[in-house]
Design a protein around this ligand. Structure first.
Ligand SMILES: [Fe+2]
Ligand SMILES: [Fe+2]
Length: 300
């Protein structure tokens, strides 16, 4: 394979882009004094997105108590601003890279299962270590491998070749990508995050989640790095990468330990037991998202 995959992708004029409302919501969420009113007004600018966010807020995954959540204002009050930002990002990203969009549907589903599992596991670790990432950990998990989907979309055969290579040679997927495509999903994901003008921590997570010591946002990138490994260990793997690992040997583990986080709370055996339910949580989240999709297209 040639070494110009990165240049080719960089030069594609019609690379998918996040809906402008989702980008605006993300940038509003960075403001310390953001109000419920400004976030809900922003989402209402895109009525179909607003409808999908409301449907998701009413799904079994989020629904708390009785009574339908019929406005975004109420949704934010009921399930929290960070969760609404998470939903907006999830719904938007799945709308531009839908499962089964011309590619093998089960492979695309595996990809999203891995990303959602990484986000949900990151949320558990965040709580456990009191990292207070404020929802950024879920979005980070959801988007950490976004470069893979672009490689799969535009260089499908070569990406499949890299997947097969990583399994045959038993090497990490990014090494197989470098070998076959001359670039990695980290480089492509970082490029995309910058092109979409996503917050700096997301560009950083994309580029450094396999080697967080080089990251600028070391804590959240290390958090995603560990969540990514645990997602794979929980069988939510995509593209080779089913390697065994020792948590305490990981770069990310040492970084978090050095930063003073109580990583001993992540005793692997106990913690994997605690996140045993993550499979059901992922299924429930995916189920809620696809129900949102189905009802949305039924309304068209
Ligand atoms: Fe990755
Ligand atoms: Fe990953």
């Amino acid at each position: 394979m040639n070494d110009s995959v990165f240049d080719t992708i960089r030069d594609i004029d019609d690379l998918p882009t996040l809906p402008s409302v989702a980008m605006e919501v993300m940038s509003l969420s960075r403001k310390p004094d953001v109000s419920i009113k400004s976030i809900s007004e922003c989402i209402y600018q895109d009525p179909s997105l607003a409808a999908m966010v409301l449907k998701m807020a009413n799904s079994a995954f989020y629904r708390r108590g009785s009574g339908a959540i019929d406005t975004l204002h109420r949704a934010i009050l009921m399930i929290g601003l960070n969760e609404i930002i998470n939903i907006t990002t999830s719904v938007s990203i799945l709308s531009i890279f839908p499962p089964g969009d011309g590619q093998d549907e089960s492979v695309r589903r595996m990809f999203w299962n891995h990303c959602i599992a990484t986000g949900l596991i990151a949320r558990h670790i965040d709580k456990k270590l009191a990292m207070k990432s404020m929802g950024r950990e879920f979005v980070g998990g959801l988007l950490h491998d976004i470069g893979k989907i672009v490689l799969d979309q535009y260089f499908h055969d070569e990406f499949e070749e890299a997947r097969a290579f990583s399994i045959d040679v038993d090497c990490p997927m990014h090494e197989a990508e470098q070998e076959v495509l001359g670039t990695t999903h980290m480089e492509i994901g970082h490029f995309l995050a910058e092109k979409w003008n996503l917050p700096g921590y997301l560009a950083d997570i994309n580029l450094h989640h396999h080697h967080p010591s080089a990251a600028q946002f070391k804590d959240i990138t290390s958090l995603i790095s560990i969540a990514d490994l645990l997602a794979k260990a929980r069988e939510f793997s995509f593209g080779g990468d089913r390697m065994s690992f020792v948590l305490a040997d990981q770069e990310a583990w040492h970084i978090l330990k050095q930063m003073g986080y109580p990583v001993h709370f992540l005793d692997l055996e106990r913690f994997t037991f605690e996140i045993e339910s993550i499979g059901d949580e992922v299924k429930s989240y995916i189920g809620a998202l696809s129900e949102t999709d189905a009802r949305e297209s039924a309304n068209e």
